[in-house]
Design a binder for this molecule. Structure first.
Ligand SMILES: NC(=O)C1=CN([C@@H]2O[C@H](COP(=O)(O)OP(=O)(O)OC[C@H]3O[C@@H](n4cnc5c(N)ncnc54)[C@H](O)[C@@H]3O)[C@@H](O)[C@H]2O)C=CC1
Ligand SMILES: CC(C)[C@@H](O)CC[C@@H](C)[C@H]1CC[C@H]2[C@@H]3[C@H](O)CC4=CC(=O)CC[C@]4(C)[C@H]3CC[C@]12C
Length: 369
């Protein structure tokens, strides 16, 4: 828990605080932010684990609410010094409509910004995404790029489009006067593919492998690198940037920072095997077992099936035209901007990140048996 020696005077609000990343941000704040007096957790779906957090020195306030409802957001934000806005609809599998994705990710972010302005909250950290940059619709590789690397960020899919628009709104809001006359200070973090305890996609891939007799079949060349980052380091960067934003508003306000760590640059499938292998799964094939045109055909068939079945049931497989294109396009980052601007260094080494993730998967496996 936080050191109580320092004045506990700050109120933080985490939207999406019960999500995969949000929960880690909440727990990291309680461990690493000594000035915390109250921690508000705003989410559409509150988790039962929140109750265990209410026994410590920090007041933990769980707020069930919807970011698309401006009045609910304003009520949650009022009186907060810092807002960490992680709430979002993370859907690339066609589960939600484009309109719903836009409503949550864009309108929800507008509501958070306006709530900060109307109620006088001065610091806003937004969880953006690597997807704001790419991979783009043309499949251009982004190889170990940084925040200044030229890249044609062109999107059609609702998810990256909504994240790009929301990030733009957050950055444009930097400097607006909030109630009381002080300037709003905003910044956006762009995590690459997050992994770690609670990662639903990793869980889904694991169970898919179990259904296939402990085997996964390589679909993507090993040469295609995809950036990945441990959820604990993403949470740590959120805590650090929220603290340093208050100290260096002129330098950090209106800035974007890629969020990554020392997790190895590997293909999406090879990286997953770092955790799935120790859980008994095997990746079949040293090269893709099917030609890319056949994978595209299967992905398109999945999209057609999803459309046909939608009136009856939700069919949302991992393989669709967007996920195939994503997995098949190199996108890795290499930058020290966060280190230069606010001293970010990963809190967890690659070895620790890997061990923690494997332990989580093995515990999940034993509970599933
Ligand atoms: N998972 C990943 O690899 C990456 C995620 N991100 C971003 O990180 C953030 C968190 O993502 P995850 O934790 O992976 O997703 P998640 O789906 O586990 O968490 C999102 C949380 O937001 C909440 N939420 C959704 N709609 C809401 C609404 N209308 N009102 C209030 N709360 C709502 C959900 O209940 C959930 O608890 C998102 O903004 C996402 O775009 C960025 C880069 C990578
Ligand atoms: C079926 C196979 C082709 C399989 O390899 C598909 C993997 C696919 C589900 C993932 C490949 C790349 C992932 C995305 C990437 O990590 C960037 C992301 C950033 C976010 O903000 C949200 C998640 C995601 C879009 C992530 C989703 C899963 C992949 C598409």
């Amino acid at each position: 828990m936080a050191d109580s020696a320092q004045a506990q005077k700050l109120v933080y609000l985490v939207t999406g605080g019960c999500g995969f990343l949000g929960e880690h941000v909440v727990r990291m704040l309680l461990q690493q932010e000594p000035r915390l007096r109250e921690l508000r957790i705003f989410d559409l779906h509150l988790g039962p684990w929140l109750e265990e957090l209410k026994t410590g020195p920090v007041q933990v306030t769980a707020i069930q609410g919807d970011v698309t409802q401006a009045h609910e957001v304003a009520a949650a934000v009022a009186g907060a010094h810092v807002v960490i806005h992680t709430a979002g609809l993370v859907d690339v599998f066609g589960r939600a409509s484009p309109e719903t994705i836009h409503e949550v990710n864009v309108q929800g972010t507008k509501n958070v910004i306006e709530a900060c302005v109307q109620t006088g909250t001065q610091f806003l950290v937004y969880t953006s995404s690597m997807e704001v940059v790419g991979p783009n619709i043309k499949g251009h590789p982004f190889y170990r790029g940084n925040e200044d690397t030229p890249y044609e960020a062109v999107h059609r899919h609702p998810y990256p489009s909504s994240k790009a628009r929301a990030e733009q709104l957050v950055l444009e809001a930097n400097g607006r006067k909030v109630r009381g006359g002080l300037p709003l200070v905003t910044c956006a973090l762009r995590p690459t593919g997050i992994y770690g305890e609670g990662h639903q996609i990793m869980r889904d891939i694991y169970y898919q492998g179990l259904r296939l007799g402990g085997r996964l079949f390589r679909a993507i060349p090993a040469s295609v690198e995809h950036g990945r980052v441990y959820v604990g380091n993403v949470a740590w960067m959120h805590v650090l940037v929220a603290r340093e934003l208050q100290q260096r508003p002129a330098l950090m306000g209106g800035q974007v920072y890629f969020c990554y760590d020392k997790s190895p640059y590997k293909s999406y499938e090879d990286f997953n095997m770092e955790f799935l292998g120790p859980c008994g799964l095997r990746l079949v094939g040293t090269r893709p077992l099917l030609p890319y045109w056949l994978l595209m055909l299967l992905a398109a068939l999945n999209a057609l099936l999803q459309w046909l079945l939608r009136p009856l049931l939700l069919y949302a497989p991992l393989l669709n035209p967007y996920t195939l294109a994503m997995a098949n396009t190199t996108f890795t980052v290499s930058t020290n901007k966060a280190q230069r601007h606010f001293g970010y260094e990963p809190l967890f080494s690659w070895e620790e990140s890997r061990t923690r993730t494997i332990r989580w998967m093995q515990a999940m496996d034993s509970s599933a048996q």
